[in-house]
Ligand binder design. Structure first.
Ligand code: ADP
Length: 270
């Protein structure tokens, strides 16, 4: 258009450079905004437990309190310190995932073994919350990935399913196999997620109900970690949910051609 207006080629190129610079500046602003939002979120998340710990510790130091009050204050201090540890742990996981992206480990991993490890680890909490767990698959399958990271995906999704399902409910793990990939579902009969919020739950620190999440020990980072791991192995994540009926979180992974893998259908209640 500059040329149409009689501008020389040099002027046209100057115009082009200005355009690229504007684009860069927009991108720079977006990144700066994301960084400052992230820092604001982390600070806010840390402020809550720090305020509680300081308040209760000050009372214990400055006032004469009876034994049972002291014990309950110490319990709060202990739980809030655990909450801070979980948050720092999740932040470190996300940061490690971002820096490790260039050299990901790709191994053949038996999906059923990962599910079994996650279930074993969460068995005490499942029982304490009176939840039934069903694991049902079309057959065992070998996927490409890193066992520890895939275990983290399963643990995060199962922990959420337990966290947001009232006692007496049901949690299930199932998977469908396709020629090149496998689709894993972690479903529950819990509180569900409103449709307009379903897209956002994978964002860092996004919560449908922040108080409920914090009260049940959530950091708001579990699904962001899931999405990061699954995407880095070439998969996709998603959720289907209905408020009051439950949620079905799913993710896909690429299948590994492993001649040693068995393909036997299985299903059992745990
Ligand atoms: P949190 O630590 O808060 O659970 P996540 O990133 O794991 O953080 O999940 C983000 C939000 O998505 C949760 O705060 C919750 O509102 C919602 N959510 C996640 N899983 C479920 C589920 N199985 N049922 C209902 N809501 C869920």
């Amino acid at each position: 258009r500059l040329e149409d207006a009689g501008a020389s080629r040099d002027t046209w190129q100057e115009g082009f450079h200005v355009l690229v610079l504007c684009n860069d500046v927009t991108q720079w602003h977006r990144m700066a905004r994301m960084r400052s939002d992230f820092i604001a979120n982390v600070s806010h998340e840390l402020k809550t437990p720090i305020t509680a710990i300081r308040g209760f510790a000050e009372t214990l130091v400055g006032e004469d309190v009876d034994e049972s009050t002291r014990d309950s204050f110490l319990q709060v201090i202990y739980e809030e310190s655990l909450r801070m540890s979980r948050l720092v742990e999740d932040l470190l996981t996300l940061s490690r995932l971002e820096t490790q992206e260039m050299h990901l480990e790709w191994h053949p991993v038996q999906l059923s073994a990962v599910v079994e490890m996650a279930v074993d680890r969460l068995q005490p909490q499942l029982q304490a919350r009176h939840l039934t767990l069903r694991v049902q698959s079309e057959g065992d399958v070998t996927v490409c990935g890193d066992e520890d990271k895939l275990l983290q995906v399963m643990l995060n999704l199962l922990t959420n399913a337990m966290r947001y399902t009232p006692p007496g409910g049901c949690v299930s793990v199932t998977w469908e196999t396709f020629p090149d990939q496998v689709k894993v579902h972690v479903a529950d009969t819990g509180i569900g997620i409103p449709e307009e919020e379903q897209k956002r739950v994978f964002e860092r620190f996004y919560r449908v109900n922040a108080d409920r999440s914090r009260a049940s020990g959530g950091t708001g980072l579990g699904l962001a970690i899931v999405k990061h791991i699954v995407r880095s192995y070439g998969g996709e994540v998603g959720v289907r949910s209905r408020v009051g009926f439950g949620s079905d979180f799913w993710f896909t992974l690429q299948r590994c051609k492993d001649p040693a893998s068995s393909d036997t259908a299985s299903g059992h209640a745990v």
